[in-house]
Design a protein around this ligand. Structure first.
Ligand SMILES: NC(=O)c1ccc[n+]([C@@H]2O[C@H](COP(=O)([O-])OP(=O)(O)OC[C@H]3O[C@@H](n4cnc5c(N)ncnc54)[C@H](O)[C@@H]3O)[C@@H](O)[C@H]2O)c1
Ligand SMILES: O=c1ccn([C@@H]2O[C@H](COP(=O)(O)OP(=O)(O)O[C@H]3O[C@H](CO)[C@@H](O)[C@H](O)[C@H]3O)[C@@H](O)[C@H]2O)c(=O)[nH]1
Length: 428
């Protein structure tokens, strides 16, 4: 099948390459010249393990080509996947401008029947809007079918997630589209849930919100565990072994970040408000999450005598989680903003992310330079390489051997044996 992917970001690029692997011919459409230039050369412009190898292979084999020619791309392809961003508005709702632009272009340039699939995360009712936007731009009516097919991949493991999904959700009212979508996904060994577009759209938000809820639950519980001198990791393990609860997304830390959970939880809250059915549980999930990076700041302040004025703090990790260069809604960046607001002098390190220097903020190449002279060190992102640092060599470089582990990732016994003062999130 000839597939068009509109929006070659994290989701679009991964999805396109997965379809190449399944033997389809793929076109990647984007409007960003810088991204297109890299992709055409078989180079990934973002950090995602394993993906570049696939990209260079399929570009070389001409299984995928990239373009910014919307008209030609729409005309030439039968199935169109919308993978553009749906960022958060100031009121928390999802901004559908990019989806609308794409839908209108499809309507304008459509020359024959198409299947239009929304992979972007969009609020309940968007499939109906897409239908309206497409038909509103058609010069003469041409049949098309709309499908909601949300994506569940995670950054950092996008390839593995997209190749081995837990399930595939297909929401459509069209029998023809249903058949084509099932054919498209025939080589995937997972349950395929066929439903209507609204339920499909809700499944995506409900899944992300549920996972965010698990994280806020364990983070708030961690604060109580701290007060009671209990190791929250043991609690996570103990409850996670109950198959009704499950072990995943129970790692206490600095709160959830990224381009999805914060915006998607807020968008669902907004949908619920519009319906007059507020989701008070999710409103609490957001509140707990907002406080979590500040929680560790309070610990640092306490250890350093009550304030952070001119205190030298080293922060290891900038991305919202390990194995990605994405810093959208990164808890580590929120922590850094707060440290700067409290007038600390901050030095930072990250294996892949580069940020611009600001007054009192400098990024260093090595961990050694970053921690030199620091009065406290904070683990902001759970990069594996921080786990295996030679802590014994880092300690003499620091002014105070204080570690604040925002990700509960270090072996507490090991670092305290070396002589560090260690505090995690209820990591007793
Ligand atoms: N990032 C993830 O892990 C993830 C996972 C599942 C779902 N999602 C959802 O998927 C969607 C895309 O997310 P992303 O992280 O890949 O976004 P992204 O910002 O990385 O990529 C979106 C791309 O769309 C392009 N674009 C915008 N308007 C366009 C147009 N009119 N024509 C062609 N290209 C256009 C942009 O230039 C950009 O390259 C969002 O709705 C997101 O919530 C993201
Ligand atoms: O036990 C945990 C698990 C995760 N996190 C944090 O939660 C955030 C999100 O992590 P993760 O879900 O691994 O990353 P994303 O790439 O944002 O993926 C989520 O968002 C995507 C976009 O919608 C979905 O497709 C995925 O299924 C969903 O997991 C990160 O800040 C993590 O550090 C924790 O604090 N504790």
């Amino acid at each position: 099948m000839k597939i068009l992917i509109v929006g070659t970001g994290y989701v679009g690029t991964t999805t396109g390459l997965i379809f190449c692997e399944m033997g389809h011919q793929v076109t990647g459409l984007d409007l960003d010249d810088h991204k297109l230039q890299a992709l055409k050369a078989g180079k990934l412009y973002f950090y995602e393990p394993g993906l570049e190898e696939l990209l260079s292979r399929h570009v070389a084999a001409k299984n995928i080509y990239f373009t910014k020619n919307t008209k030609k791309a729409v005309k030439e392809n039968d199935i169109i996947f919308i993978c553009v961003g749906t960022p958060m508005e100031t009121d928390g709702s999802a901004n559908l401008t990019y989806v609308k632009n794409v839908a209108e272009s499809i309507g304008k340039y459509m020359n024959k029947s198409k299947i239009i699939v929304t992979k972007s995360t969009v609020p309940v009712g968007t499939a109906e809007l897409v239908e309206k936007w497409v038909s509103g731009k058609q010069a003469t009516p041409i049949r098309f079918d709309v499908v909601s097919n949300p994506e569940f991949l995670r950054e950092g493991s996008a390839l593995q997630d997209a190749l081995n999904p837990d399930r595939i959700i297909i929401g459509t009212k069209s029998e023809k589209a249903r058949k084509i979508m099932k054919e498209l996904y025939k080589d995937f060994h997972c349950p395929i849930v066929i439903t209507n577009p609204k339920a499909s759209e809700m499944i995506k938000y409900a899944a992300n919100s549920f996972l965010a809820m698990k994280i806020s639950y364990i983070n708030e519980l961690a604060r109580l565990c701290d007060a009671l001198n209990i190791n929250v990791n043991e609690v996570s393990k103990g409850i996670g072994l109950d198959t009704r609860i499950g072990p995943q997304f129970l790692r206490a830390g600095m709160g959830y970040g990224g381009s999805c959970f914060p915006k998607d939880v807020n968008a669902l809250i907004q949908t619920a408000k519009e319906q007059g059915k507020p989701l008070s549980i999710l409103e609490s999930v957001v509140k707990v999450n907002e406080k979590q990076p500040i929680y560790i700041i309070e610990k640092i302040k306490q250890a350093l005598g009550g304030n952070l004025i001119n205190k030298k703090i080293a922060v290891l990790g900038l991305s919202f989680k390990a194995n990605t260069d994405d810093t959208r809604e990164s808890p580590s960046l929120r922590l850094i903003d707060r440290l700067l607001a409290e007038q600390a002098q901050v030095k930072v390190h990250d294996p892949v992310v580069k940020i611009a220097a600001r007054p009192s903020l400098v990024q260093l190449q090595s961990v050694e330079e970053t921690v030199a002279g620091a009065e406290a060190l904070v683990i902001g992102t759970d990069w594996d390489e921080y786990k295996v640092l030679e802590w014994v060599n880092l300690k003499p470089l620091m002014a105070h051997p204080y570690i604040f582990d925002g990700r509960n990732m270090l072996d507490k016994r090991m670092v305290t044996n070396i002589g560090f003062y260690y505090e995690g999130i209820a990591n007793h």
